[in-house]
Structure formats: C-alpha cells, structure tokens
Design a protein. Structure first.
Length: 330
C-alpha cells in the first residue's frame, strides 16, 4: 500500500509539472510582489481634500490644509468627485457639502475630518487602535487580497485542471481497473496542492511583509490558508468530476471569480454593509484570513467546527462521486 500511495503522489506531481502549475504559481508570486512593492505601496493618495468657501473671511482659525474657494460653484465642482469635502461658511453656521460615497461610515469620516480642519484648536480625544504604519497596513491588506484570490479562484481551477487532463488521457479508466481506493486518489492530489499552496502562502507573506512581520503572523495565516485551500480544491475536484467538459467548468470558474468573490472583497475591504453577507461562507473565510494578517483575535470554535464539517463532507462527497465516475468508465 505504501508503494501505491508513493506511485500516486509521483504521478500527480508529474501532472502538475506537465500542466506548468509550479511555473504559473511562480509567475503569480513575482507579479503580485512586483505590484505590491513597486506600485501599490507608492500610491500615496492624499486624505480627503477639504475646500472652504468663506466669502466674509470669518473662519480665520481654519487650518491651512483647507483649500480656499473663490465661489460656491468652484467648491461644488471640486467636490463633485465623491471624495473631496466642502465647507460652506457663507452663512451664519458653516455647512458641510459633499457627494455621498454610498458608505455611511466613510461619509462620517470625511465630515469629521472637515470639521477638524475648521476648528483645529478644539480638544479631541484620539485613541490609538493599531501599531501598523500606513505602508504596513496597505501591505497586509493587499497581500491578503491577492492570497485569497489565488487560493479561491486559482485553487478552484488548479486541481480540477489535472483531473480533466487525466480524463483525456484515460487515467480514470485505468484507475477503475486497479485495486486502489478512491480515498488515496483524492488524498494524493489534495496533499500535493495543499503543500504547494502553503509554500506559496509563506513566500508571498515573507516577501511582501518582511521577514520579521511575516513570521509574526505566518502561523495563523498558514492555518487559514490551509482551510481555504482544502475547501476550494475539493470544490473544484467535485465540479470537475461531475462535469464532462472543461467549457462547462470554465463557466463555473467565471461565476466564482466574478459573482462569488467580488461581493466578499467589497464587504470586507470597502465597508459596504450588506446584511446578507453574513450568510456567505466565503466572507467568513476571507475575514478569518484578514484577521490573521492583522494579528487579530482568531475565529472561535464554532468557525473551526463548521470548517471541519465542511471539509469532511466535501471529501466524502468527492470520493463517492469519483467512485461513481470510475464505475461508469470501467
């Protein structure tokens, strides 16, 4: 039996080499890292520009960071981008003018910042909520996003692509005539792809967060990445077994990449509030990965229990479906 398992691992490893899986993973690692280090961290967007229209000159204590506008029309035009904030001080009481961004929390932050520039000498209580610099915060966020996309969308496609290749080569029919359990066939593929995903996770984290910062969060990140990798690999395996052609599978991949992961990014990164997002399983996986990158409190026992049950159910479902497919081939 040990020889059978070793032969399966060797065969699946050769399939991964033949499909250029490791080359694509290396290319993704280089592309993501170059974008993070050469482009993303250098995007220094100024905090919300504040335009002040004060025709009577009564706001003499306003901060110099506020941009003076010569007319109300000029202020309105400058604030039409949905990002800038205007202060109309032409009346007795200054009024905030801005185009809503669609996110209430963001609009409140914009208004509060504008008021702080109007009364810079007023006492405010500041609470430090983290120790990350702006650059490190950006590095953690974008690295988490890239890793989540790689493990969810690309992970869904990777293992399934090798199975389609085996179908074309007639390997499934050969397996149906051999005394090999479906469990070993699934485990062989799962172990190799999980190992590859964990190595990718470690390299992506260390390269873009730095060795010291990366090692501090790597254990928690590896756990969440492993859960996400196994879930998506089993899901892709099940879809590949059920579907006959790669064209049908490509449609599922498109739905996953656009309609399943996109709402997760919007809710997790932009602050958009959707009540239904709490029922989205990918959202909880993404937030657990994000919390791991920021060193926040890990998910509770219920989360891990649900993940374990989901992995076990998917594994049993994949084995049963593969057994049925091999019976048809045999």
């Amino acid at each position: 039996m040990r020889y059978v398992v070793f032969s399966l691992l060797k065969k699946d490893f050769r399939l991964m080499l033949a499909s250029k899986f490791f080359l694509l993973a290396l290319g993704s690692l280089i592309l993501y890292s170059c974008y993070i280090n050469l482009v993303y961290v250098r995007l220094d967007q100024e905090i919300y520009p504040v335009y002040l229209y004060d025709p009577m000159g009564v706001q003499s204590t306003a901060s110099s960071a506020a941009i003076r506008s010569e007319s109300a029309e000029q202020m309105h035009q400058a604030c039409s981008d949905g990002y800038s904030v205007g202060i109309d001080a032409s009346g007795r009481v200054p009024r905030i003018y801005m185009v809503s961004s669609g996110i209430r929390r963001t609009d409140n932050s914009r208004a509060a910042y504008a008021v702080s520039l109007l009364f810079p000498d007023s006492e405010t209580k500041t609470v430090v909520i983290g120790t990350n610099t702006k650059e490190m915060k950006n590095r953690r966020e974008i690295t988490c996003e890239f890793l989540f996309f790689e493990l969810s969308a690309v992970g869904f496609l990777g293992l399934a692509s090798t199975l389609f290749k085996e179908k074309q080569m007639g390997v499934i029919r050969v397996h149906s005539t051999l005394p090999v359990s479906q469990t070993y066939i699934v485990l062989s593929k799962l172990v190799l792809f999980l190992a590859a995903d964990l190595i990718f996770t470690a390299l992506l984290t260390l390269v873009n967060l730095g060795v010291s910062q990366g090692l501090s969060v790597l254990p928690a990140v590896m756990i969440q990445a492993g859960i996400l990798s196994v879930v998506m690999a089993l899901t892709g395996f099940f879809c590949a077994v059920c579907l006959q052609g790669f064209r049908q599978f490509s449609l599922l991949y498109l739905i996953l990449a656009v309609f399943v992961t996109t709402p997760v990014f919007l809710a997790g990164q932009t602050g958009i509030s959707w009540k239904w997002i709490r029922y989205h399983p990918m959202y909880h996986l993404f937030m657990a990965l994000k919390n791991a990158y920021f060193g926040l409190k890990p998910a509770g026992n219920i989360y891990y229990a649900v993940c374990a049950a989901a992995v076990l159910s998917l594994f049993m479902l994949v084995c049963r479906t593969l057994k049925h497919e091999m019976a048809k081939e045999g």
